[in-house]
Structure formats: C-alpha cells, structure tokens
Design a protein around this ligand. Structure first.
Ligand SMILES: [Zn+2]
Length: 200
C-alpha cells in the first residue's frame, strides 16, 4: 500500500460557514413530489429548477417566503417564524407531506437556512433537500444575517453584517463579535461579547 491522499489532504477551513454551489444543484427527479420554495433574493435558481422539473413532466408545489425589510439590526421574536411570510404555510405543508417529497430552496442565505431548519424539524432528510443561497456570509460581504447572542439568547437580524465583525445585540445591547460559526439547526451565527477579555 502507498500513502493515500486522505493523510495528506489539506485540513478543512476552521469555520462552519455554509458553502453553496455556484450554480443550482441538479434536481432530484427520483420523486415526482417536489416543493419549490422561493425566498427573497432568488436570482434565477427558482426559474431554472422550475423549467427543469417541467421538462421532466413534474409540476412542483410552490411556496413564496418573504421578510419585512429591515434597515437596522432588529430583534426577532422567539417562535414567530422570524417574521417570514409563507413559513407557517410551509410548515403546515411539510407536516402533511408524503414520504418521498423533495425540497428545492433558493434565496438569501438567512431565509434559506431558516427554511432548511424548518424542513429538518418536520422530519425531512438533508439528502432530500437541494438549496442554493445568495448573499452568503462566507462571501465576506456585508449581508443580512441572524446573530444569536450567547448572553441573553436573543436573535438579532442585521441587514448588513460580516462574520468576523461586530453587531449590537437587539436584546441586551451588548456589542457582539459575529463568529464564523453557523448553527445549522437554528440557522444563525454565534455572537459573543466583543469586549470580553479586553480589560485583562
Ligand atoms: Zn444579547
């Protein structure tokens, strides 16, 4: 046996930021039960998937997810579906969905992550979900994202933030470091007191 590349492969980056393919992943046409979720910020993946499915004779269920526009960091109320129109309807559809359903999700990252979390909560498997996101945190650009405060447990939706920078917690007003770490089941970035340790 010779040394395998498994031993010499570069270590993965020390972040857990979601990575998205540049192009929409191919549809999974092993099932005719398809649901297409179009969130804010979709830049064409939805149309691409729709054409692809229809070319295969499949008409997907379609759900639109929309958020109120925020211009300053806003507090998200627990249990209120993050203010997303369409998400309660989607949850009801997922609860009554048949086995074999395939989910396609596209739009801005925080909404796509929220939809994926809802789908997993409803019992779907990751392998049944195809997703692509715009405005991802990994881009290094200022994007809308949700920061979870490790101190007061509030969720702050910032309209324009970058992992590695700071945001003011809308719950307790602490200045939070936005860590490059996403809790995928909660679809949010981790934030902790930016001044902790600064006085030592
Ligand atoms: Zn807080």
């Amino acid at each position: 046996m010779t040394a395998t590349t498994a031993d010499t492969a570069p270590a993965p980056p020390a972040t857990s930021l979601p990575r998205w393919s540049e192009t929409p992943p191919p549809v999974d046409d092993t099932s005719s039960e398809q649901m297409l979720v179009l969130c804010d910020g979709d830049d064409g993946a939805g149309d691409h998937w729709l054409r692809d499915l229809r070319a295969r004779g499949i008409e997907p269920l379609q759900v639109r997810v929309r958020a109120p526009r925020v211009t300053t960091p806003a507090l998200l109320r627990p249990g209120a579906d993050r203010g997303l129109t369409g998400l309660p309807q989607l949850r009801r559809m997922l609860d009554t969905a048949t086995v074999g359903l395939r989910l396609l999700v596209t739009g801005t990252e925080w909404q796509v992550l929220t939809v994926i979390a809802a789908a997993l909560e409803a019992g779907m498997l990751r392998s049944e979900i195809r997703a692509v996101a715009t405005a991802p945190g990994i881009s290094g650009d200022a994007v809308p994202l949700i920061v979870f405060c490790a101190h007061c447990e509030a969720e702050t939706l910032s309209p324009a933030a970058t992992p590695g920078t700071t945001v003011r917690c809308a719950g307790c007003a602490r200045l939070l470091d936005i860590h490059p770490h996403v809790n995928s089941s909660q679809a949010r970035y981790l934030g902790s007191d930016a001044t902790a340790g600064a006085l030592t």
